[in-house]
Design a protein around this ligand. Structure first.
Ligand code: 13P
Length: 353
C-alpha cells in the first residue's frame, strides 16, 4: 500500500468524490493518462487511455498540463517524463509498479552484446528497443542511431532499421522481436537469440539478420498452444486475437495479432453476437466484455499483470491530494544526458510511425 493509512479508511464513494473534486480544482493543469491494463477503478478517471504508442504521443502533446499523472508501469511514466517539457511534472501513483520485462535488459549487458556483434558486422548494425525498456537502454539505442518501437509499430521500425543497415539488434522481448521479424518474411534461420545470462559466441550469429534479446513478458509468455486448442474447441466460431508478446506458436495459431489498441479495434469491428477470444492481460479482456455485452469476449486464459494491477484509486487520490497541497510525490525524474539520447530514439519512432 503506497498511500497513507487515512485513505484506507475512506469509502469507495468518498474516494470517487474526492478524485472528482481534485480533478475539477486542478482543471487543465492536470492530465491523467491510463494504460488499457489498468484496473477499472483507475481507468475510469483517465482523461486519455491508450496503448503504449498512443500514450507516448499524448504525453508529448499534452503541453497544457502542468502535471501528468501516469497510471501504468514505470517505463511508461519514464517515457512521458522524457518527452514532456521541463516545466511539466510526471507522477506515477505507485512508484514500485515496474514492468519485469523492462528490467531484463541492463544497459551494461546491451553494451556487451553491441560490442560482440559489431566485432562481427562492424557498423552494419542498428539497435531497436521496445518501449518496455529502461531509459538507459533507450539512450544507448538513441546514441547508436537506433529507435524505440512499441507493439503497434515494431514491424515498421524493423523495416526502417533494415533499410539503413544489414543487421538489427532488438531488446528486450524475444517474442515481439521474433514475431515482427517473421512477419516481414525474415526466415527463422536468420533470427538469432542473445541470452544475456549466457552470451553466445557472436561468430555463431554471423549469418543472422536479426538478433533478439532473450527477455519476455510473463503474462504473455504464459499463453500456450494448449490454451488455443481448449478455446478453439469450446468456441469453434471465435476469432482469436493475441498480443505479439505471445510466443510465436500462439501468434501463428491466432487469426490476428496486435497491440492493446489493435485488439480493441478488432473487438469493435466484430459483428454483433460475434465471439472474440483474446490473448492479453485479463483486465482489458474483462473490460471489453463489459463494454460489448452484445458480443462474447473470452480470455485465452485469465492472466494478469501484477505491476499493472498495483495502482488503486486510493493511490490516485493520494497523488492528486499531494499536488493540491503543493508537495507532489512519486515524481518521475530522468537524468538529463540519458533523457537527451532516449528522446532521440523515441522521436525517431514517432516520426516513423
Ligand atoms: P501495448 O503497447 O500493446 O499497449 O502494450 C504494452 C505492454 O506493456 C504489453 O505488455
Amino acid at each position: 500500500m503506497a498511500f497513507p493509512k487515512k485513505y484506507a479508511a475512506l469509502s469507495d464513494q468518498e474516494v470517487v468524490l474526492n478524485i472528482q473534486k481534485a480533478r475539477e480544482t486542478l482543471g487543465s493543469s492536470l492530465t491523467i493518462l491510463g494504460h488499457h491494463y489498468q484496473r477499472d477503478e483507475v481507468i475510469q478517471f483517465a482523461d486519455y487511455r491508450g496503448d503504449s504508442l498512443a500514450l507516448s504521443r499524448r504525453a508529448a502533446e499534452a503541453k497544457e498540463a502542468r502535471y501528468i499523472v501516469f497510471c501504468g508501469v514505470y517505463f511508461m511514466a519514464e517515457t512521458a517524463a522524457i518527452l514532456c517539457t521541463p516545466e511539466q511534472t510526471v507522477i506515477q501513483p505507485v512508484a514500485e509498479a515496474l514492468c519485469p520485462m523492462a528490467q531484463m535488459a541492463r544497459a551494461a549487458d546491451v553494451a556487451e552484446a553491441w560490442e560482440a556483434l559489431t566485432s562481427v558486422w562492424g557498423d552494419d548494425l542498428v539497435p531497436i528497443t521496445y518501449q518496455n525498456s529502461i531509459a538507459e537502454v533507450k539512450a544507448f539505442v538513441g546514441r547508436h542511431g537506433g529507435a524505440v518501437c512499441t507493439s503497434s509499430n515494431a514491424p515498421k521500425l524493423f523495416e526502417w532499421a533494415l533499410a539503413q543497415k544489414g543487421h538489427l539488434l532488438f531488446m528486450p522481448d524475444e517474442h515481439l522481436g521474433t514475431n515482427s521479424a517473421l512477419s516481414l518474411g525474415i526466415p527463422e534461420e536468420e533470427i538469432g537469440i542473445w541470452d544475456p545470462a549466457d552470451p553466445p559466441d557472436p561468430k555463431e550469429l554471423a549469418h543472422c539478420k536479426v538478433v533478439v534479446w532473450k527477455g519476455f513478458c510473463y503474462v504473455h509468455e504464459g499463453f500456450s498452444v494448449q490454451d488455443v486448442q481448449r478455446v478453439r474447441k469450446r468456441y469453434p466460431q471465435a476469432k482469436l486475437v493475441v498480443h505479439p508478446e505471445c510466443p510465436r506458436q500462439v501468434v501463428e495459431l491466432a487469426d490476428s495479432w496486435g497491440s492493446t489498441a489493435g485488439i480493441i479495434k478488432e473487438v469493435d469491428a466484430a459483428p454483433e453476437k460475434a465471439t472474440v477470444a483474446i490473448g492479453t492481460e485479463w483486465h482489458l479482456v474483462h473490460r471489453l466484455q463489459e463494454e460489448n455485452p452484445e458480443k462474447l469476449i473470452v480470455p485465452l486464459s485469465r492472466r494478469t499483470c501484477a505491476a499493472m494491477g498495483m495502482t488503486s484509486m486510493r493511490d490516485l487520490l493520494y497523488v492528486l491530494d499531494q499536488i493540491l497541497q503543493g508537495d507532489p510525490v512519486n515524481v518521475v525524474k530522468v537524468d538529463s544526458e540519458v533523457a537527451h539520447w532516449a528522446r532521440l530514439a523515441l522521436e525517431r519512432m514517432l516520426q516513423v510511425s
